[in-house]
Design a protein. Structure first.
Length: 383
């Protein structure tokens, strides 16, 4: 074995004969370099280990309103996919495929109304779990206004259940993961961010009618036909929205027809769970009743007549919330809860997102004078 000092001219020097017998020699240079090399290696390994630990720790899987970065899609997929189902509908009114998620361990599943509406008057709805197991599902209830529906499967009382998040804490820019069955491809996972919040999106509903996705979450996570009813989750794997619709290129047809262009919309989970709970408990959804007929005043007309643009009240039902707040025909509603009221769908959003008993602040103009009143929303009277 070669001594490393053989190539060190300082180490090869003979000791001086006159040096005192107990005098310590200086630290050899070769030892300094060896120690330095060992320290460098140890620090390099430690830094690499720390970097890997940091990358795999909560920094990439943090959830909630934090923005930037991306979710650990592998972790999210492993946790959430067992709660995601593919829904196949066969009925005289048509067939189709969509997605859903288990929200209660005894077999309740939430999805979109447009996924299962073909079977509303008969037909078969089959649900396939991520392990390939398929079972027939029963339609518990559906709500065309919000485009939501609830199914029930009899598969025991301990099914894996998706975690429920809070759409009220969602922030623009936060990373998200979408799970479902685009184009019938079960257990598909895509990732992206929240692109915008508070979108009111019109979508087709039953028999040519139009529904409104009120306050929808916009995302660039890839969503395609078949994703409808599937889950949009945060980095913890908690449900924050129900994927429902996408923007498409011109001339495409249907809800989500034409394929993803990077703009998708999800029903906020807070709204979805409120409606799903009502469907499970009663089979229907009770919306509050405003009791007014309105027409928007175009800004140009408002400017010409020297009035504010808003919603002109044509008639008021004495049994509605508006009458109890003191509103009369001829009043012009300019704000609801501080937000501009210059489109008729503002009232639609109010009906979808509020419930009987909620209090709403209404700003209106009467005879040129602005007033503010508070309306306590009432339940819709029996038809």
């Amino acid at each position: 074995m070669t001594d490393p000092r053989d190539n060190d001219p300082v180490a090869r020097q003979e000791p001086v004969a006159s040096a005192p017998p107990n005098e310590r020699r200086g630290t050899p240079a070769w030892l300094v370099w060896v120690v330095a090399a060992v320290i460098a290696i140890v620090l390099g390994v430690a830094a690499g280990w720390f970097g890997a630990w940091w990358e795999n720790s909560g920094t990439t899987t943090s959830a909630g309103p934090s923005t930037g970065g991306s979710c650990n899609a592998v972790t999210v997929s492993n946790e959430v996919l067992p709660t995601i189902v593919t829904i196949n509908v066969s009925a005289p009114g048509g067939s189709g495929v969509g997605s859903g998620e288990v929200i209660r361990k005894d077999g309740y599943i939430v999805t979109n109304n447009h996924v299962i509406s073909a079977a509303r008057n008969g037909g078969e709805i089959r649900v396939t779990f991520s392990n390939g197991h398929t079972v027939v599902a029963k339609l518990v209830g559906r709500d065309p206004q919000s485009d939501l529906a609830v199914l029930k499967v009899d598969e025991g009382s301990d099914l894996p259940v998706i975690g429920i998040g809070d759409s009220g804490t969602v922030a623009v820019g936060q990373p998200v993961v979408a799970l479902g069955a685009p184009l019938g491809l079960s257990s598909t996972v895509t990732a992206g961010i929240v692109s915008a919040l508070g979108r009111d999106v019109p979508v087709p509903s039953d028999d040519g009618a139009t529904a409104t996705l009120a306050g929808a979450i916009q995302t660039d996570a890839s969503i395609n036909p078949g994703n409808s009813g599937g889950a949009l989750v945060d980095c913890r794997g908690d449900l924050i929205g129900i994927n429902t619709a996408i923007s498409t290129v011109p001339n495409s047809e249907g809800v989500g027809g034409g394929g993803s262009v990077g703009i998708g919309f999800a029903i906020p989970v807070n709204l979805a769970m409120r409606i799903a709970d009502q469907l499970i408990e009663t089979g229907e959804v009770a919306y509050p009743y405003i009791g007014v007929q309105v027409t928007p005043i175009p800004p140009a007309v408002a400017q010409r007549w020297g009035i504010e643009d808003g919603l002109y009240i044509q008639s008021v039902d004495p049994n509605g919330s508006a009458a109890r707040a003191g509103l009369k025909p001829g009043d012009i509603v300019t704000k609801i809860d501080g937000s501009p009221a210059n489109r008729a769908d503002v009232l639609t959003r109010l009906l979808l997102t509020k419930k009987a008993g909620d209090r709403v602040t209404i700003t209106f103009v009467r005879d040129g004078t602005q007033h503010t009143g508070t309306a306590t929303l009432v339940a819709r009277p029996p038809s």
